[in-house]
Design a protein around this ligand. Structure first.
Ligand SMILES: *[C@@H]1O[C@H](CO)[C@@H](O)[C@H](O)[C@H]1NC(C)=O
Ligand SMILES: *[C@@H]1O[C@H](CO)[C@@H](O)[C@H](O)[C@H]1NC(C)=O
Length: 369
């Protein structure tokens, strides 16, 4: 049952009804021509599986609810970036490493497992990043190469195109903390990494603006203390460790700490760059809204903290038996689950997160007539 209007319709409606319609003639178009994405598994639509075809994300049940083939998306179906593309009236944005795919309406550079901190820097802190070496700076190099090639002979077209494009720098940074936490670092040690991680995200926004970006969304981290992977990994008998949604307070506070630093960086950035529009993407509160309103949104209240795909223990999550491994069961009603595999959300949860985000972000975007 659909309790909310279809997202695409909603965004189109909002885009076509400026709040002060009396002062301005209705804008003919308020559409984005392209979306460019940097990030990690929250937004990867097929880069990691081209770097490493052996990853579980290349196998069913990943993609089971929307695509005929697993596409490399870390969900049963569409991600936030896909829902944004649909809402903007664009085709789905193709992954950079799919060399045969059209890139007319943007490129997705996100790689599952990616980090702002390069692998060597993580290694100095004795943190290994085993999934990919395509950190944020590698993705920015890909972006630079892409624009150098596509803009070489038609510079004016390019400037116009980028003015009409939406850039997402993130979500990214979650993995630096995840790797550290699951490799035995204390929350205090991980908090100390935050300024360094945020600084690299800030430099990424600077580079993107140097390439010609005009509107940039910089998403923060999710309330990670609510995700089954952390609930299982940091399970405790101490009832005071949990909040009213049964999320781990310390881990949510870590995400808040990151998001606060990110917001401070965005604020100082806006002062330095008054000619570009930089908007915070509040993934934290978007997911909290879904969790709080879960039952009225049609989710199964008894399994808010249990993934659709996973097994073992109170949270049906086991790091050694993750989704995509042989014998790991998949629920029959993914539309009623928030968590897909313990770490990533289901298509339905991402749809609702995007719904919240669009309502929150849209008033702060410039619509270009
Ligand atoms: C990352 O790079 C290091 C050093 O070149 C290499 O040993 C490692 O296998 C790479 N990891 C991945 C996942 O590609
Ligand atoms: C793109 O072109 C600029 C300007 O010529 C150059 O500085 C930069 O290194 C190029 N980027 C790549 C990845 O080749």
């Amino acid at each position: 049952m659909e309790l909310l209007p279809n997202l695409p319709l909603l965004l189109l409606l909002l885009l076509h009804s400026p709040s002060n319609a009396a002062d301005h003639p209705p804008k003919a178009t308020c559409m984005f021509d392209a979306i460019y994405q940097l990030g990690d598994s929250i937004s990867d639509t097929g880069n990691l599986i081209r770097e490493n075809p052996a990853t579980p994300f290349s196998r069913f049940p990943y993609g089971e609810s929307f695509f005929n083939n697993p596409t490399g998306r870390c969900s049963n179906g569409l991600l936030i970036i896909d829902q944004f593309a649909i809402a903007a009236g664009l085709p789905l944005i193709n992954p950079y490493l799919d060399k045969d795919a059209p890139m007319t309406h943007g490129v997705n550079f996100a790689v599952a497992g990616s980090t702002p901190l390069p692998s060597e820097v993580l290694a100095q802190k004795r943190i290994s990043s085993r999934v990919t070496n395509s950190s944020l700076s590698k993705q920015l190099d890909w972006m630079s190469t892409h624009f150098n090639i596509t803009c070489l002979f038609k510079e004016n077209d390019c400037t116009k195109k980028l003015k009409n494009a939406l850039f997402f720098v993130g979500e990214i940074g979650g993995n630096d903390y995840n790797y550290a936490l699951f490799q035995g670092k204390t929350i205090e040690e991980v908090r100390n990494m935050v300024p360094e991680v945020v600084q690299i995200i800030k430099e990424a926004v600077e580079r993107v603006i140097n390439y010609g970006a005009f509107q940039v969304i910089v998403p923060g981290n999710f309330p990670i203390g609510c995700l089954p992977i952390f609930l299982a990994g940091f399970q405790t008998d101490d009832a005071t460790a949990y909040d009213e949604l049964h999320c781990l307070k310390d881990l949510n506070n870590l995400a808040i700490y990151h998001n606060t630093h990110l917001n401070d960086a965005i604020k100082s950035f806006r002062k330095e760059n008054p000619n570009v529009n930089i908007v915070y993407g509040d993934y934290y509160n978007a997911l909290l809204w879904v969790l709080r309103e879960a039952s009225s949104l049609g989710f199964d209240e008894t399994s808010l903290h249990k993934p659709c795909c996973g097994m073992d223990g109170d949270y049906e999550f086991n790091l050694m038996q993750m989704c995509g491994a042989p014998g790991v069961p998949v629920c029959g009603n993914p539309g009623e689950r928030i968590s897909w595999d313990g770490f990533h959300l289901t298509q339905n949860a991402y749809r609702l997160v995007t719904y919240w985000l669009i309502l929150n972000i849209l008033p702060r975007l410039y619509c270009i007539p």
